[in-house]
Design a protein around this ligand. Structure first.
Ligand code: CDP
Ligand code: CDP
Length: 221
């Protein structure tokens, strides 16, 4: 019997990563932040001195990526340079095809003794795991999301100009939702969770209520 899979998608700073981590902890599931795969490809490409638009080099790196590669936990992945490079390599069909196998492998055989898998990203419910047991599309207004990103940067001591953060957010939204391959959009059967006026606790409660109603799964606590 296959293990349960929960798909969580949404735009940048919608809170999908925080939610995915908490959902995974609540059910005893393994969590894969799929954005880190695209970020890793982007960062490795930049470190090789290549242009983030170099499709052949990006595809080669994506095909060689392994679950235990140290790049996947490298602090450089969290930077804005990595985010922009990630959204550039993410438009390359060969990169997406290579990472598809990686992600489906995780969903099918989550590491350790996990009783299921939670994957968060942009196309989990639409492309990677279309048969997921529950799908959530987490969103929030672009202003709220830019504000969250700004707070994170400030907490990390990184100087940022609010209008620049908002413009970067809009540029990444446009690139992610208008690309030809696997554009960001909710799956037809996804539960849309707008967190504009919710804190992380409230978002978790809403997600658990939905997952419970779809799957009958109970949390560990
Ligand atoms: O955390 P944040 O939403 O800012 O970014 P992320 O989830 O780490 O993703 C970085 C970039 O990778 C996104 O802007 C997307 O272009 C790309 N990505 C994707 O195309 N598909 C995914 N499943 C995950 C990320
Ligand atoms: O993964 P993604 O880029 O979608 O967002 P995140 O890194 O999980 O969350 C961005 C920020 O929003 C974090 O500082 C969270 O604490 C905060 N936040 C949240 O995750 N959920 C809410 N409902 C409200 C705020």
């Amino acid at each position: 019997m296959s293990l349960p899979v929960i798909a969580i998608d949404g735009p940048a700073a919608s809170g999908k990563g925080t939610l995915a981590r908490r959902v995974a902890a609540a059910y005893g599931f393994a969590h894969l932040d799929t954005g880190s795969l695209y970020r890793a490809v982007g960062v490795l490409l930049l470190r090789l001195g290549k242009d983030p638009g170099d499709a052949d080099a990006a595809a080669k790196i994506a095909r060689a990526l392994k679950p235990d590669d140290t790049i996947l936990t490298d602090p450089d992945l969290r930077g804005d340079e990595a985010a922009q490079a990630a959204s550039q390599v993410a438009v390359v069909p060969e990169v997406r095809a290579a990472l598809l196998d990686f992600q489906r492998g995780f969903a099918k055989h989550p590491p350790g003794d996990a009783r299921g898998a939670v994957l968060d990203g942009r196309d989990i419910g639409t492309v990677i795991c279309p048969d997921a047991d529950a799908k959530l599309f987490v969103t929030a207004s672009v202003e709220v999301r830019a504000d969250r990103r700004l707070k994170e940067l400030q907490e990390r001591g990184i100087p940022a100009i609010p209008s620049d953060v908002l413009e970067d957010m809009k540029a990444r939204d446009a690139r992610d939702s208008q690309r030809a391959v696997a554009p960001l959009r909710p799956a037809g059967d996804a539960f849309v969770l707008d967190t504009s006026a919710m804190n992380a606790e409230e978002a978790l409660a809403a997600a658990i209520a939905h997952i419970g109603s779809k799957t009958g799964l109970g949390t560990r606590r």
